[in-house]
Design a protein around this ligand. Structure first.
Ligand code: NDP
Length: 326
């Protein structure tokens, strides 16, 4: 098996030199185990926050090449938190990362199996649960979604549109602006070129009801100022801070106080949320099958390109859910 690991703690942004590829001989299978080969590997921003000595985390869609586990047959597809590995031996009864066991992938007509690590997997389920079930969205409200073209943000924006909200997305290029409008966002702001504050004053003169925050940093500073009194924030991620040695000082706290904002965190891997995966996936599947939601993947070819594809998340070079096709 080929295995990627990190040589030393990251110093700021991850660099290609931080990663090392090694070969590993896998042991013969014992009862209850399967040997899997990665087909699609997920790249998610949260990997940057993991202590490097714990090994690189990550989910993959894989094919079973040998099985000694009843109910798991050769050639079945599975989804597993197996990390950055081309092949793995997995005990089907043991929880992997975050207490999640390997899961068999059912074939869903019209949907690529790779979506199990994307739109109907962790990022899609995050979007559905955090927006639909935590934000209390109401028709006519204004929502601003950051990292709007990505794995989580694009699904949040589309769900918000289905719920009848006015949906504004923040993205880092004109191409991404065009795309999010194509999939239903009402307005797109290119935060690298435009003045976010001025743009929002004309798009939402009465202020913003919900801010779905995946980015943090100066964008959040601006956004908290644009929220109406008693506005809501769903704190999903802070990607702009993941490579910083220490969180930046912000002005949010007093804005939260003065506007009596409601700020809610959401963590997909909490023990309360993990058991909800199958239910939420079943809610998402028909929406994608019927074309009510669209999924965009950013596919990088080759297991050897895992580090490059991961680093790209922090510059916005990915356009859609980042996936490596092994
Ligand atoms: P994306 O597919 O959205 O990829 C990351 C995108 O973030 C980039 O394409 C880039 O888009 C944008 N970005 C990167 N750096 C910056 C920056 N400094 N400032 C502004 N934008 C930036 O990733 P995901 O959808 O997988 O994840 C989005 C967020 O959600 C992350 O913060 C992630 O950690 C979080 N998350 C949280 C979960 C939870 O349970 N709380 C679960 C899953 C994800 P652009 O070109 O537009 O700048």
């Amino acid at each position: 098996a080929k295995v990627w690991s990190v040589k030393r703690p990251y110093n700021g942004e991850p660099t290609l030199d931080d990663f090392v590829l090694t070969e590993e001989v896998l042991p013969p299978l014992k009862e209850g185990e399967i040997l899997i080969e990665a087909l699609y590997l997920s790249l998610d921003p949260y990997y940057r926050l993991f202590p490097v000595q714990d090994g690189l985390p990550g989910e993959q869609v894989a094919r079973i090449i040998e099985s000694k586990a009843p109910g798991f047959e050769k050639d079945d597809l599975v989804c597993a938190h197996a990390g950055w590995r081309s092949q793995s031996v997995i005990n089907v009864n043991r929880p992997l990362r975050f207490g999640i066991k390997v899961e068999k992938i059912e074939e869903v007509t019209g949907l690529s199996p790779s979506l199990w690590i994307g739109a109907i997997g962790m990022p899609g389920v995050t979007a559905y649960m955090s927006f639909m079930e935590r934000c209390d969205p109401k028709e006519g409200e204004v929502i601003v979604v950051s990292a709007a073209s990505g794995a989580v943000g694009s699904v949040v924006g589309q769900l918000a549109k289905l719920k009848g909200l006015k949906v504004v997305g923040l993205v880092g290029s004109e191409e991404k602006c065009r795309y999010i409008k194509e999939i239903g966002f009402d307005q797109a702001i290119n935060y690298k070129e435009e003045n976010i504050s001025a743009a929002l004053d004309s798009i939402a003169p009465n202020g913003v009801d919900i801010f779905f925050d995946s980015v943090g940093g100066y964008i959040s500073d601006i956004m908290y100022g644009k929220l109406r009194d008693k506005g809501r924030v769903l704190l999903c991620g802070q990607i702009s801070a993941y490579n910083q040695p220490q969180p930046k000082v912000t002005n949010w706290s007093m804005t939260i106080v003065r506007k009596e904002l409601e700020v809610k965190g959401f963590y997909i891997f909490s023990p309360v949320n993990v058991p909800e995966f199958p239910r939420v996936r079943q809610a998402l599947i028909p929406l994608f099958q019927q074309g009510k939601l669209k999924a965009k993947e950013h596919v990088t070819k080759g297991f050897e390109n895992m580090p490059k594809a991961f680093i790209e998340l922090f510059s916005g070079s990915n356009f859609g859910k980042a996936v490596v096709k092994a």
